[in-house]
Ligand binder design. Structure first.
Ligand code: PDD
Length: 276
């Protein structure tokens, strides 16, 4: 594992963040999590573009640094010596005496490169359980911001209920998971929440769309209710770290026959071919 803080590669445990860093005082920043397979960052361009869009949305002008970030990530991977790893990169509004107004200081960049958290293979094989939870987040969930308090509270609620993920519900419709996008399959068609300010435009979601196209499986971006999810033939969630993960129980009830579905499996198989 390796860490980076504003110009220096450091040991992961080295204390490098000044107290008056806006990332931890205000959550005033954005981040990305990128999966690296065999030394190659997966869909790096898409992650960098989303990072820039998130930054723009919080008025952090970093677009001219895109290639710097790209080089930094590649260098970090190389320095870590790791082949299958996760890159976490965070950009904040910088270090300045605490004041709500934007300071006139350079942005802060920090990064970690660590071995990929290996998902228990049982979970992938047998699927995971989920709960529903009210979506208590703000109005701009399309920004990958550091403010994750509602996400971690609902994820913990899922964990405390013996489940892997909390599926968030706003105004009677499923939005997404605490750290994943949500999909249902009904009558051979894949449905997922349409992109809007209410959800993060997942990079894995993008890959699933491509996989569905390749397999001629209709991919429909349409809202659905918790009830529709319960009645679905198959349900799965996606994220950079968990890829495509079948959901087989919701609120203690079985989905379909309680086993990962065939369409989910074929989408995952197709997804795997994108990793080279
Ligand atoms: N989370 N929705 C939310 C709220 C997320 O936090 C994430 C990812 C996703 C899936 O996006 P992607 O496919 O681009 O990873 C959807 C990351 C992995 C995290 O915070 O650790």
């Amino acid at each position: 594992s390796i860490a980076y803080s504003n110009g220096q590669f450091v040991d992961l445990n080295e204390p490098v963040i000044p107290v008056e860093e806006r990332g931890h005082q205000f959550g005033d920043g954005v981040y990305e999590v990128i999966r690296v397979y065999q030394g190659k960052p997966f869909m790096l361009k898409e992650h960098l573009e989303r990072l820039i869009r998130s930054a723009q949305a919080i008025k952090l002008p970093i677009e001219e640094r895109l290639t710097d970030y790209e080089h930094l990530i590649l260098k970090g991977i190389e320095k870590s010596g790791l082949s299958d790893c996760d890159v976490y990169i965070q950009i904040t509004r910088g270090i300045s005496p605490r004041n709500h107004l934007f300071p006139d200081v350079p942005v802060s960049t920090t990064m970690t490169v660590k071995p990929s958290k290996m998902l228990n293979p049982e979970l992938r094989e047998h699927g995971v359980k989920a709960i529903f939870h009210p979506d208590e987040r703000w109005a701009n969930c399309y920004i990958k911001s550091l403010n994750l308090l509602p996400n971690i509270l609902s994820k913990q609620a899922a964990h405390d209920a013996g489940c892997f993920e909390a599926i968030l519900v706003r105004d009677g419709f499923v939005t997404e998971g605490t750290s994943s996008n949500v999909f249902i399959i009904q009558d051979g068609k894949v449905y997922t929440t349409p992109l809007s300010k209410q959800i993060l435009p997942g990079i894995t979601r993008m890959a699933v769309k491509k996989a569905a196209e390749n397999l001629d499986i209709p991919f429909i971006e349409e809202k659905f209710t918790p009830e529709q999810l319960k009645q679905a033939d198959e349900v799965f969630i996606t994220s950079t770290t968990s890829e495509i993960l079948p959901v087989v129980h919701i609120e203690g009830e079985q989905i379909g026959d309680g086993k990962p579905g065939e369409i989910t499996k074929s989408l995952y198989k197709e997804f795997k071919t994108f990793i080279k």
